[in-house]
Write a protein that binds this ligand. Structure first.
Ligand code: HEM
Length: 304
């Protein structure tokens, strides 16, 4: 019995009856009394006592409990290597699909100025101009998550490998080094490409009347994206950089698409060779499709 004469057990029950939610705990220091008749935590008598009892903690809001549980789930997911692999794979799927969509849209360039400018106009004006910003936001989140998870995964793998290096892990590290190198080149390319054609910085695509045109069914002048692409690739250094970047993109995709299948659990021994063929076929389709535009313009004079 505590010195103030109140039995702690009945006090706890009374508080529960008053509507206070109690947490269950076995921590000795949260007892609001220090009774000589209560056994010490290390005492053998302690083992005879029921393992749990009510403590007098104040009630916590449900939102707090849910947030705590969610944070713990995310922490556990992120700290495991399979969690980070899943992030790389799922964001990779979105980026791979974007490439196919972007390529098909870009191939419209071969249909001439009117269809290509109409396509560019549609992209900028879908959902009253909001669509392109939603799309950009999603793509930035995907790209950043893809890079952050890859870097974290590489660090975690390196730390784990130090302990026991053997030929298989050395081989894996070579291919992941190639992936990081090609990935960084693609990132540099995307930054250059957006400055080149989206922000149009360091060129005259925004300022000259030459890059203004009209479109059937659209009031006023619109941007002549078709002519911008033609002029853009007439400059040899840009075309060379595009071709190099597309080639590294192709190598990144060959390995990356196979990894996606492996991470999401589709790569059995039986399916392995089919998956390899799909990945190589897809990477070649993206490579040939993208390089065909700058090469057609610079080498074969398309659009001139
Ligand atoms: C020959 C190859 C390519 C051509 C001709 C091309 C063409 C274009 C054009 C014309 C734009 C600007 C659209 C506009 O604002 O009107 C654009 C934007 C963009 N391209 Fe490409 N592209 C090529 C390859 C790529 C590749 C390989 C990637 C990714 C690795 C890529 C990623 C992007 C991104 C992220 C944007 C910005 C979209 C936006 O926010 O407006 N492009 N591209």
């Amino acid at each position: 019995m505590p010195s103030d004469g109140v039995d702690p057990a009945s006090e706890a029950i009374q508080e529960a009856g008053n509507g206070g939610i109690r947490s269950i705990s076995t921590t000795p220091q949260i007892l609001p009394f220090a009774s000589p008749i209560l056994p010490h935590a290390d005492s053998p008598l302690e083992k005879l006592r029921p393992a749990t009892y009510f403590s007098a903690r104040p009630a916590r809001p449900l939102s707090h409990i849910v947030m705590n549980a969610l944070t713990r789930c995310l922490e556990t997911f992120w700290s495991s290597s399979i969690g980070k692999k899943l992030v790389v794979a799922l964001t990779g799927i979105v980026l791979v699909l974007f490439l196919a969509g972007h390529l098909i849209g870009n191939l419209v360039v071969f249909m001439g100025p009117e269809p290509f400018n109409a396509y560019a106009y549609f992209l900028h004006h879908m959902l009253h101009g909001v669509g392109i910003w939603v799309f950009r936001a999603v793509m930035i989140v995907m790209l950043v998550a893809h890079i952050v998870a890859t870097v974290a995964l590489t660090r975690q793998n390196r730390a784990a490998r130090k302990a026991y290096e053997h030929p298989a892990t050395i081989q894996a590290s070579k291919s992941s080094r190639t992936m990081i190198l090609s990935g960084l080149t693609i990132l540099a390319f995307v930054i250059y490409h957006m400055l080149h054609f989206t922000a149009r910085i360091g060129n005259e695509y925004n300022s000259l009347d030459r890059y203004k045109t009209t479109l059937h069914g659209v009031k006023g002048e619109v941007h002549n994206a078709w002519l911008m692409v033609i002029d853009g690739f007439m400059w040899a250094p840009a075309t060379i950089f595009y071709v190099i970047a597309m080639t590294l993109l192709c190598s990144h995709l060959m390995h990356g698409v196979q990894s996606i299948f492996q991470t999401i659990g589709f790569r059995s021994k039986k399916a392995s060779s089919l998956i390899k063929q799909i990945s190589i076929g897809y990477a070649l389709f993206i490579w040939l499709g993208f390089i065909s535009i700058p090469l057609a313009i610079l080498v074969f004079g398309f659009g001139r």
